[in-house]
Design a protein around this ligand. Structure first.
Ligand code: PLP
Length: 446
């Protein structure tokens, strides 16, 4: 019935026709079960979102209680709900730098669409109608809307969709393993990327560039952690040219890197922050954009002239989402989730490196906190990749599923971003099962 009725997101239809769907039915902690009763350790926390693990009763009960009390009301025309007011306040208290307002949506994509519109609105209010271009990086993932797919730096999301559109400029991904020159240190690579940025700004004109979007650690584009000194090199350039920095913390927010925010891991002060996923631990679709005082002050003081702020979604500030967020934020504190990641994140990296460092199939193991990517290569010395048509990553993913482990294949980079409540024993199990999956595929790759 799934094959006959359901148009799946991000699915190769040929694969679905051949292999059929994998139907999940229940979950508890870091584990989920499929319709046949097979159990899996979910090494991806759903889609990097179920940070508190499955079946977190504080959150499920808050959702049930709020949907009984007031299942929906909106926030247009100055309307509000008690839980939404409280959620905005709790979020602002947790912001990594002083922030003035929170704007709610229902997904990371709609939140980044909001950010783009806010940036254009802000520059129009300032009388800078030409300062509109936005810089993003190749390999970035910022969502699936028309503008957010355009920001995203993945050709598969552009080809056949007539994208990118709009005033978007892409720069090189901060991918030391694949993009640095032979023998170039991480710091020198960061300097080269900063020089590329400077040249782009000089070529286009700073008065035409509004903002720079960045995930602290790139996720869906290959799990790429910035090289040493990256943000240190580029942020002063953005500041000098009055280019806003938008940190897309949809994955990294709420603890995944071992600090509450990714910006804290890299010591960066953003003008705008996009969050979603972990804000409710994926229990309810919700996003939250954080707006800095510098931007809010312009928007607020221009209001008499600008009139209605004509942007928003039916589900902006959904009260059930707000109740889920309040419960999730409290559970993150009560369960010391960020402290757990600071402890088990490095343990995951150490364990994975101990298991695979000398493996000829493994080119690089990278990431930060509970974000780890293992890139498989045909030749470790030359970094030669397998032909894409061999689909080695997918084969490892399928072998892992047989072992009872969910991973995600981004090409031939296998990634893990497990629930943030994972413990040492579960990490041992994850690494062990992954090792068995790689062994199962090893003999079949040339
Ligand atoms: N930004 C980042 C960094 C993401 O990883 C994602 C989704 O994975 C998004 C934005 C888009 O979020 P959504 O799928 O909720 O629209």
């Amino acid at each position: 019935m799934d094959q006959a009725t359901h148009f799946h997101p991000f699915t190769w239809i040929e694969d679905l026709k051949r292999d059929g769907p994998n139907v999940m039915t229940e979950g508890k902690g870091v584990r989920i079960k499929d319709i046949h009763g097979n159990e899996y350790l979910d090494g991806m926390a759903g889609l990097w979102c179920v940070n508190l693990g499955y079946g977190c009763e504080e959150v499920t009960e808050a959702i049930a209680a709020q949907s009984k009390r007031l299942s929906f009301f909106h926030a247009f025309n100055g309307m509000s709900t008690d839980v939404v007011i409280e959620a905005a306040d709790e979020l602002l208290k947790r912001a990594p730098v002083p922030m003035a307002r929170v704007f709610f949506g229902a997904s990371g994509s709609d939140a980044n669409e909001t950010q783009i519109k806010l940036i254009w609105y802000y520059n129009n209010l300032l009388g800078r109608p030409n300062k509109k271009k936005i810089i993003a990086r190749w390999n970035a993932y910022h969502g699936s809307g028309v503008m957010t797919s355009s920001l995203t730096g993945l050709p598969s999301m552009h080809n056949l969709f007539d994208l990118p559109i709009g005033p978007i400029l892409h720069v090189t991904a901060p991918h030391h393993y694949r993009k640095a020159a032979e023998g170039q240190s991480e710091r020198d690579f960061s300097r080269a990327l900063a020089a590329e940025l400077e040249e782009l700004i000089a070529r286009e004109g700073a008065d035409t560039i509004a903002a720079f979007f960045a995930e602290p650690v790139m996720g869906a584009g290959g799990l790429i952690a910035p090289p040493e000194g990256y943000f240190e090199e580029i942020v002063p350039i953005l500041k000098r040219h009055d280019i806003l920095l938008v940190l897309d913390e949809v994955v990294s927010g709420f603890g995944r890197l071992g600090t509450y925010w990714g910006s804290q891991t890299f010591n960066v002060e953003p003008d705008l922050i996009t969050s979603a996923k972990g804000v409710t631990s994926g229990y309810f679709p919700m996003s939250a954009c954080f707006i800095s005082p510098k931007i809010w002050d312009v928007i607020e003081s221009s209001s008499p002239k600008a009139g209605l702020f004509a942007h928003g979604y039916t589900y902006s500030a959904h009260p059930v989402g707000a109740a889920a967020a309040l419960a999730a934020l409290k559970a993150i504190d009560d369960r010391k989730v960020v402290e757990n990641v600071a402890e088990v994140g490095p343990y995951l990296h150490r364990s994975m490196k101990a298991a695979f460092r000398d493996d000829p199939l493994v080119g690089e193991i990278r990431g930060v906190g509970l974000m780890i990517g293992i890139e498989l290569v045909r030749d470790k010395a030359t970094k030669e990749a397998f032909p894409a048509s061999d689909r080695v990553g997918r084969r490892v993913l399928q072998a892992a599923a047989k072992e009872g482990l969910i991973t995600r294949a981004l090409g031939d980079t296998l990634v893990f971003a497990p629930p943030l409540v994972i413990n040492h024993a579960e990490i041992d199990e994850l690494v062990q099962k992954f090792k068995q999956a790689v062994e199962a595929v090893r003999g079949t790759v040339a």
